[in-house]
Design a protein around this ligand. Sequence first.
Ligand code: PEP
Ligand code: MG
Length: 545
Amino acid sequence: MLEYFGKAVYKGIVMGPVAVLKKQECAVKRAKISDEKQELERLAAAVKQAKLQLQGLYERAIKEVGEASAAIFEVHQMMLDDEDYMEAVHNMICGEKVNAEYAVAMTGDNFSEMFASMEDDYMKARAADVKDISNRVIRILSGQKDIDLNSMDPSIIIAEDLSPSETVQMDKERILAFVTIHGSANSHTAILARMMNIPALIGVPLDLEELHTGMKAVVDAFQGKVIFEPSDEVVETAAKRMQEEKEKLLLLQTLKGKENITLDGRKINVYANIGSVGDVGYVLENDAGGIGLFRSEFLYLGRDDFPSEEEQFQAYKQVVQMMAGKKVIIRTLDIGADKQVDYFNLGYEENPAMGYRAIRICLKQPEIFKTQLRALLRASVYGNLSIMYPMITSTEEVERIKEIVKGIQMELELGKIPYKIPEQGIMIETPAAVMISDELAELVDFFSIGTNDLTQYTLAVDRQNERLDEFYNAHHKAILRMIEMVVENAHKCGKWAGICGELGADLELTEQFVKMGVDELSVAPSMVLKIRKAVREIGQKETGK
Ligand code: PEP
Ligand code: MG
């Protein structure tokens, strides 16, 4: 039995096989060969197998994420048929008498560099694809087992670290828990785990060499521990605890359909945060009153090129239609900082959290912003859609956004394309926005407080830095006073204010938020009924005397 402790970012208890994800640095060795024919046969068999794998991925992706996102696997298959690429590999094997792994690695590097140096953005983006297909062939040639996250049995994912773009591509149904060596409690990977309702432990000092895929483990995120090869006794206790948790969840189900109302009659909206169309099921399952934050940037992660207007329109339309008249607040692109996407070519930054991100990218590269806004205005026709802009620091930014929206409106009008101007609000997640929230309130329809970034910027604590987790205190008086101030300024202007940062789901603060007059709490879907329960226990019933 091997026992490790870490920090829980989403509580729960699970048991099952583990899948160990090791960063596959394909350290390919050059070896002399004597039989070129045999080497070419080995290569042909590996390429054939790679194509079969890609075909399988393509077919599954079509069903799960749609044609547009699946297309990349088709492109990869075509690249394996590319005559120039294959001829270069063959020439190297026969000319230099080297092993196939080495020939594929060298050719992959050369082609990738060639693509990277091209002017055309589309061709530039192919550099990563050539690397990807070369690595796939090398893994097959060298007999490395590729864990197929999309077809494995439900497993506990063990990794050094996970980026948001890696996490967002995983099939939630196949993940029992996340256990990572690194990671910070406030990172987007942690937020994704909460949103996906998946127990997660970070900062676990694992030795990955000791672990292998298929081992059995128990993750008890209530106690912050993971036990590999558990004893019968541990398994038995875990099974009992899992049953208890199941019963607690069943009890919460009885709150479905009930109001979020305090004992003395104060009502609050409890909405849910999502990252993809696929999450809407969890929102409905947990009876959320709406969607308070759709992190639209996740549509841009884990792919090789920008999503088109049509693709975005379909995604937003689907969400508002599925929510059938309930409010859906879609936040515009908040890329940057820990949410990195190669094709944005954001470049190296000393300080990305305070760098080129979110609304700054949208205002400096309006063509990206406009595509998204067009899709949003068009989708607005199909339901109760609101737009929310992230990382606002000034009234000028809001004025500039309004100008851009006006331009889009004219374009759609001229093109006779159906659209609706939705309710528009901003995120309050910088101290600057808090301090001028009285002026900002005049310009927008609502505020949603992003306590994750607000805490980071107010306390000068990088939310990504795992060494600073103990200093990241979202309960700090400064934060709570800021929330109160923002709500007051919104109300003075007749606007509403909610919280969509992780603090909104903090049950220790629910009562305080209600007393401050917070109008809405938007939380991970799995927290909706817990917040409803907490709200319904606040205050005292009127005795009627
Ligand atoms: C926040 O900053 O609180 C927020 C909700 O946005 P994100 O976590 O995506 O930065
Ligand atoms: Mg934020």
